[in-house]
Design a protein around this ligand. Structure first.
Ligand SMILES: [Zn+2]
Ligand SMILES: [Zn+2]
Length: 239
């Protein structure tokens, strides 16, 4: 969005810090106190977790970057992003994500950026998918095109946060499918975006589908990571 539009929308919707909800100037995305307070994590570039979870195996993607822990202020910010506001959280975290993708050599000329799809029903009231929003920000900063016509999601799939790790894997298999456009991934490196990684079953299944359509490599780009619960699940996130 252009600066002028940002400015106009700020008159209508005053700008707020996504992490503490205080008012901030229209041309900033986070307040000074939160900026110094948000701790970025360094993840394993294979599984996307700061405490490596590669031992759980079975991940179909070739690499994954996350930049912050899904906890405290970050958790609140991601929840507000899911609900169709809190765009500033993505604007604050995405530049770091973009840098890390470049550092790892995950973003190459010719790569395409896509997002974990949502069903129409589950889309936010504002009609957007937060993962697509992240993908669009990355597209801008990496200078790579987006393509949201590769993957689809069935509307009958259950909410992932109610399931154990094994059930999540099964549910993810039922939930996602290759759209006709999936062939456009053939021979390409695909960067698959989401707001969060938990067990990785959603991302892994989407990567498997992309590869079955001929994608050469699939890297995941997520804003936050969360740890597995004792059952390998997690109480309040998607997957
Ligand atoms: Zn703040
Ligand atoms: Zn790992």
């Amino acid at each position: 969005m252009s600066k002028a539009l940002d400015w106009i929308s700020d008159l209508l919707f005053p700008n707020r810090c996504p992490f503490c909800d205080c008012f901030i100037p229209w041309n900033t995305v986070v307040c000074e106190s939160c900026r110094s307070d948000i701790v970025f994590t360094d993840c394993c570039p294979k599984c996307g977790h700061s405490e490596c979870e590669c031992r759980y195996g079975d991940l179909e993607f070739d690499g994954c970057i996350s930049v912050a822990e899904y906890a405290g202020k970050c958790r609140e910010a991601i929840l507000s992003l899911k609900h169709g506001y809190g765009f500033n959280a993505a604007k604050f975290l995405t530049p770091r994500l973009s840098e890390k993708l470049k550092e790892q050599g995950f973003a190459q000329t010719g790569s395409i950026i896509t997002a974990v799809p949502m069903t129409y029903k589950r889309k936010n009231p504002t009609g957007y998918n937060q993962s697509e929003y992240i993908a669009k920000l990355l597209s801008k900063s990496l200078g790579l095109p987006t393509d949201f016509g590769l993957l689809g999601k069935r509307s009958s799939s259950p909410a992932q946060h109610e399931l154990s790790a094994a059930e999540r894997r099964e549910a993810a298999k039922q939930a996602y499918f290759a759209k006709k456009g999936c062939k456009r991934a053939e021979g390409k490196t695909v960067i698959l975006c989401d707001d969060i990684i938990t067990t990785g079953s959603t991302l892994s299944e989407c990567a498997r589908i992309l590869k079955s359509c001929g994608a050469a490599t699939v890297y995941c780009a997520v804003l936050t990571e969360t740890k597995r619960g004792p059952e390998g699940g997690n109480e309040n996130v998607r997957a």
